[in-house]
Design a protein around this ligand. Structure first.
Ligand code: C2E
Ligand code: CA
Ligand code: CA
Length: 513
């Protein structure tokens, strides 16, 4: 609007100047020629030359004027372009996308349109672990993939650091599904960048006009709520905005805020579950399992908040607390000096990949004087998926520090026997899903026995997890399992109850089961 007004004013000034200069030139030069009293033929010649000179001068003036004006207009359009473009992906930036989408929404018959937010879930982690060049690479890689799906009237932009935003005319459910499936495929393969190999995952939140809202601003808010929902969904990370779900999300967001404050409010506590020798059922170690004592909701189990703690960047501080607090508790247990259980703690993939992990563990051990030989770190196979080579290096560093490591939850997910051979771990923890069918299924008995034999041939110690029944224990003992853990012996206990349990058990080892 403003530039329109500006160019009209400019055109008016140029025209008036040209008219005035032409008028003055003709009038003044005619007057000068008249005063010279030249003969008819010479006067005609002078008038022709005068006209030619005027045309030549005004042509030069027009050339410079047009040249300068187009330069100004080019510069301002480049500036305008830069203000609307994301320099990394060359997509529209947030304000450019909003401007274009508002215009496009106004043109839709019946106002039907779909907004899709696509979030790269671990961008912060990728930037932290592999450098920002890796994060940039993932964003460009993903932008190129999404571009392939665009129709002529679709508008793609980069909404913020880790998010893309897509405007689609109408309600193209199939196109969204295809895009989701394609990105899901792409995200299954690790990205190779230099020496690094890593994976990314993504989530999609969708809102629709006019069903959910009719303005771009509100549609964006609704899509962001759907995105939060998509992130917490256990299988497919895709969600359409749903008003009833939105209420749950708000509750989840409140929980997220509470979680951010839980550490400084001292609301995390440690419980410990004994791990017992087989045969003999003597206590060997305890697994530290964190809980959140919420002021109104009560005791919240780790499965509910570990992922959120990762998302809000609390997991490293929490991990530090878990180790330090567990050691403090163990060292203060009022138990005979002859019973000195080791400590096992869990690390999530994000904790494992953190640059300061080894230093932080080393510092805690030094500050507390807890011997590294009494510490075991439990990790799952998925921890290595991003970067197996780096994972192996960290495991070796643990071994050099005197800390042992265990592969947790074996038998769930991707468990592969080939892996066992390659990983420098000392212990294998067989998951409850393999233990549960032992009393009723002969094939599962054969599998567990073979697994224990294989682990032993690789010089690994085997702990069976989640033992609830005596029959399960008997089968494991027959199969040569080294240690057991489960509700049959003890649930995870606060430190005070743990010492009682240990004192009881010391007098009566076989009787605890
Ligand atoms: P996990 O490492 O597999 O821990 C064992 C889980 O199995 C514990 O659940 C424990 O209470 C449960 N369990 C033990 N015996 C039995 C049994 O006989 N039957 C059944 N059904 N379950 C049994 P919990 O404490 O809820 O922990 C769940 C998961 O949360 C843990 O699985 C671990 O992956 C994670 N976690 C716990 N504490 C921490 C922590 O400090 N840091 C991290 N990163 N993750 C943690
Ligand atoms: Ca564990
Ligand atoms: Ca486990």
């Amino acid at each position: 609007m403003r530039s329109n007004l500006f160019s009209r004013k400019l055109a008016f000034i140029v025209t008036v100047t040209y008219f005035a200069a032409g008028f003055l030139w003709i009038t003044l030069s005619d007057l000068v020629v008249a005063t010279l009293h030249l003969p008819e033929t010479q006067r005609t010649l002078v008038e022709i030359l005068k006209g030619d000179l005027f045309i030549a001068l005004s042509s030069v003036a027009v050339y410079f004027l047009v040249h300068r004006l187009t330069r100004i207009s080019n510069e301002s359009s480049v500036q305008k372009h830069l203000a609307r473009e994301d320099p990394l992906t060359h997509l529209l930036n947030r304000s450019g996308w909003i401007e274009a989408s508002i215009a496009a929404l106004q043109q839709q018959v019946r106002g039907e349109a779909t907004i899709v937010l696509i979030d790269v879930s671990q961008l912060r982690y990728i930037n932290g672990a592999f450098g920002t060049a890796a994060g940039d690479f993932v964003l460009r890689y993903l932008a190129d993939h999404i571009r392939h799906h665009l129709g002529p009237h679709d508008i793609l932009g980069r909404d913020d650091a880790s998010r893309f935003v897509l405007f689609l005319p109408g309600n193209p459910g199939h196109a969204i599904e295809r895009l989701f499936e394609d990105l899901a495929q792409v995200s299954q393969h690790p990205v190779h960048l230099g020496l690094h190999r890593f994976r990314f995952s993504f989530a999609m939140g969708i809102s629709q006009s006019p069903r959910d809202a009719t303005s771009i601003a509100e549609l964006l808010t609704r899509a962001a709520i759907a995105l939060d929902q998509a992130k917490v969904s256990p299988d497919r990370h895709l969600a359409y905005y749903d008003q009833t779900d939105a209420k749950n999300t708000l509750a989840a967001l409140r929980l997220e805020t509470d979680l951010g404050l839980a550490l400084e409010r001292h609301e995390f506590i440690m419980h410990f579950q004994p791990i017992l020798s087989l045969p003999g059922l003597r206590i060997l170690s305890v697994e530290g399992l964190v809980r959140w004592q919420h002021p109104t909701l009560g005791l919240i189990p780790p499965d509910i908040f570990i992922q959120t703690a990762e998302r809000i960047g609390l997991i490293h501080e929490l991990g530090h607390f878990v180790l330090a607090e567990s050691i403090r508790n163990l060292m203060r247990l009022p138990i005979p000096g002859t019973v000195r259980p080791s400590l096992a703690i869990n690390l999530s993939a994000l904790q494992f990949a953190h640059r300061d992990l080894l230093q932080s563990i080393h510092d805690t051990l030094e500050e507390t004087g807890f011997p590294p030989e009494r510490l075991s770190i439990e990790i799952t196979e998925s921890t290595f998926m991003n970067d197996p080579e780096q994972g192996r290096k960290i495991l070796k560093r643990f071994r050099d520090m005197g800390i042992s490591t265990a592969l947790d939850d074996f038998g769930t997910g991707y468990s592969s026997l080939a892996y066992l051979q390659e990983l420098p771990v000392q212990t294998l923890k067989i998951d409850r899903s393999l233990i549960k069918p032992l009393p009723i299924q002969e094939p599962s008995r054969r599998i567990v026995r073979a697994l224990i034999d294989l682990a032993h041939s690789l010089e690994l110690r085997v702990i069976a997890e989640g033992i609830e029944r005596r029959e399960e224990l008997e089968h494991l003992e027959n199969a040569g399992c080294d240690a057991v853990q489960g509700f049959l012996f003890s649930r995870p206990l606060p430190a005070s109850s743990l010492s009682e349990w240990i004192l009881n058990q010391a007098g009566n080892p076989e009787g605890s089961a």
